[in-house]
Write a protein that binds this ligand. Structure first.
Ligand code: ADP
Length: 259
């Protein structure tokens, strides 16, 4: 299925006919097209193995072996655009600055001994001065409810805290798009509610891959349903997640809040 109704002109994310297979493997994404408007929050749902993580990784070029060399090559090829900037080897640094990516497992994201060093890494890498980076760290830790955590060891935090430190690191780079892979998995209800509150305050666009469909009802304006690498349905959250036949066909259940 192709979702072609939304104009790409004002889109924060525009994915056009994207297909992908890992080397030597079967097709994992087949002819995927969709757009995300500025400030829109999208829930990316589907059974395990549907291709959700693989799709998210294309939004900031985490699968670089498949990137076109230059913007010029992109025109008639399937492609991904962020803020109208086609993702290619030429644009990858700028694309990564604009798209904040949250890995499912904080251990894939955190790699510095202290919270300060981890959150400061992105801003310093962007060329900000020490003073500016310090301010970004302070602001982004405060925005995720972890003010004063700078000297803490990243190894001695709860899972919810580690996820929030990852998010602070993402926010510190001031992205315009968030691509979040299972941000709520393994969080207790309070940590989950805290994270939902943080995401609701973010002013840019978001695409959130998750199995937590009640959270999707709470948070997301629209849903993309992926199964076996194909976009099977797209539309307003209640229309998609409230469609019992559609949900059952793709191994999902109507969330409690829509029953
Ligand atoms: P989801 O996030 O919906 O669970 P994934 O994108 O993780 O789906 O996986 C989609 C398919 O791609 C699965 O069949 C998975 O086994 C395969 N896959 C994921 N990552 C790799 C990889 N690095 N190499 C080869 N196959 C992979």
């Amino acid at each position: 299925m192709t979702e072609s109704k939304v104009s790409s002109e004002s889109s924060a994310v525009h994915v056009d006919r994207l297909s992908f297979r890992y080397p030597g493997g079967p097709a994992v994404l087949s002819d995927i097209s969709f757009t995300i408007a500025p400030s829109e929050i999208i829930g990316l749902v589907g059974p395990s193995g549907a291709g959700k993580s693989t799709l998210l990784q294309h939004l900031n070029g985490l699968l670089p072996s498949k990137l076109p060399e230059s913007v010029g090559q992109v025109e008639n090829l399937p492609h991904v655009c962020i803020d109208n900037l086609p993702v290619s080897r030429q644009t990858i640094a700028e694309v990564r600055r604009r798209v904040g990516f949250l890995f499912q497992d904080p251990d894939d994201q955190l790699f510095c001994p202290t919270v300060f060093e981890d959150v400061a890494f992105g801003p310093l890498n962007l060329g900000l001065s020490d003073i500016e980076a310090r301010q970004r760290v302070r602001d982004s830790l405060a925005s995720v409810g972890l003010a004063g955590y700078e000297p803490r060891s990243t190894l001695r935090l709860s899972l919810g805290e580690r996820k929030r430190v990852c998010l602070a690191g993402v926010f510190a780079c001031q992205p315009s798009v968030l691509a979040l892979d299972e941000p709520f998995s393994s969080l207790d209800p309070r940590a989950c509610r805290t994270l939902i509150g943080i995401l609701k305050k973010f002013s840019g666009s978001q695409i959130i891959a998750t199995h937590d469909l009640d959270v999707v009802v709470d948070l997301c304006h629209r849903v993309l349903l992926l199964d076996a690498g194909q976009l099977r349905a797209a539309g307003p959250t209640a229309d998609i997640l409230g469609n019992a036949a559609l949900m059952e066909r793709h191994g999902l259940e109507v969330p409690w809040r829509l029953r």
